[in-house]
Write a protein that binds this ligand. Structure first.
Ligand code: 2P0
Length: 324
């Protein structure tokens, strides 16, 4: 038996960040998060379930992943998929991204989402996007948000099993058509501390973590309202506060860490002075600058002047199958 399917899935940028877990095995987070799905950053994954294989194998942009990476990310998804299918059949996955992987641009999120989406189709499991978001979450937390387009909320849930820790679309991809993400890429190297171990260290050591969780709870409805009303000032303000709040936790962890670099801080100063945009940073130094379309060119010029490669992305749709 050999069954295959191919899917594309988008990356996402969190405006309310996920940082810290209450359960590492199931990727159950300490707080709700909220992201924007990115049209221009896509991963395409072909999954082939093959009875002749005796283990899973994964190739990302032509390079085979280590056994550890295979087992701890995609492998977790495939284990759940196999249980649902009722047959222990292994898979070969071939993924390609149209952006640098491991540059803090959520390549694993898009890859895991594409794999989950394609597996459901290949094995005819008939799961809906909410159920698929729970499976993708176990592979990599942020991947669950890539299961939907537009503005996506990941509900942290309360249960120990994770049945209520899933994603939902809050507003569709067309809700705020002139909002754009301008991404500056300074560095394409792998980061020193993975998000997974960074989060673990923060939960174990940061004394500010509790304050951040309170801040997230207190401001979540406000940021949803700002998006609903397309209230640029409030949305930009809260977005920057949320990025800074996560990076403060990271700095406050022990041993201390920082994913930002000198250029990141130059960007932050510039955006404050510019006054018509918001920065947000994932676990990496590369800025995402959210801005209205009419002001995109100024942001692009600024980032290029700093030596960054620039990707401009609109708000995108969720995953889809590639029909061959
Ligand atoms: C986020 N990040 O909300 C936050 C902001 C990075 C900074 O989710 O251990 O790869 O696989 O659940 O999802 C990156 O962490 O971690 C992340 P795991 P993940 O997008």
């Amino acid at each position: 038996m050999r069954i295959e399917a191919e899917a594309v899935a988008p990356a996402n940028i969190a405006v309310v960040k996920y940082w810290g877990k209450r359960n590492k095995q199931l990727n159950l987070p300490l707080n709700d998060s909220l992201s924007i799905t990115l049209e221009s950053l896509q991963v395409r994954s072909k999954v082939t379930f093959d009875e002749n294989l005796n283990h899973d194998e994964i190739f990302v942009n032509g390079e085979r992943l280590s056994d550890y990476e295979t087992r701890e990310y995609a492998g977790r998804v495939l284990e759940i998929i196999r249980k649902l299918y009722g047959k222990r059949v292994f898979a070969r996955i071939e993924s390609t991204s149209n952006f640098p992987s491991s540059a803090g641009l959520a390549s694993s999120a898009a890859g895991i989402a594409a794999l989950t989406f394609a597996s459901n189709a290949a094995l005819n499991l008939g799961l809906d996007d909410k159920e698929l978001s729970k499976i993708a979450r176990v592979g990599s937390g942020s991947a669950c948000r890539s299961m939907f387009g537009g503005f996506v909320r990941w509900n942290k849930g309360e249960s120990d099993e994770g049945d209520d820790s899933f994603c939902e679309q809050v507003f569709g991809p067309d809700h705020w058509p002139n909002l754009v993400d301008v991404i500056g890429i300074f560095k394409e190297e792998k980061k020193k501390v993975s998000s997974r171990s960074g989060m673990e260290s923060s939960v174990a050591s940061s004394s500010l973590l509790k304050c951040r969780l309170r801040f997230v709870e207190e401001t979540f409805d406000d940021i949803i309202k700002a998006i609903r009303d397309r209230d640029v000032n409030s949305f930009f303000h809260l977005t920057m506060r949320h990025s800074n709040s996560m990076h403060a936790i990271i700095l406050d962890s022990w041993p201390s860490m920082s994913y930002l670099n000198d250029k990141s801080f130059v960007v932050m100063d510039w955006v404050h002075e510019f006054g018509k945009a918001a920065y947000t940073f994932d676990a990496g130094p590369n800025p995402h600058i959210l801005v209205l379309e009419e002001n995109v060119q100024e942001v692009v010029n600024f980032l290029e002047g700093l030596g960054a490669k620039v990707i401009v992305s609109k708000i995108g749709k969720g995953p889809s199958l590639v029909r061959s």
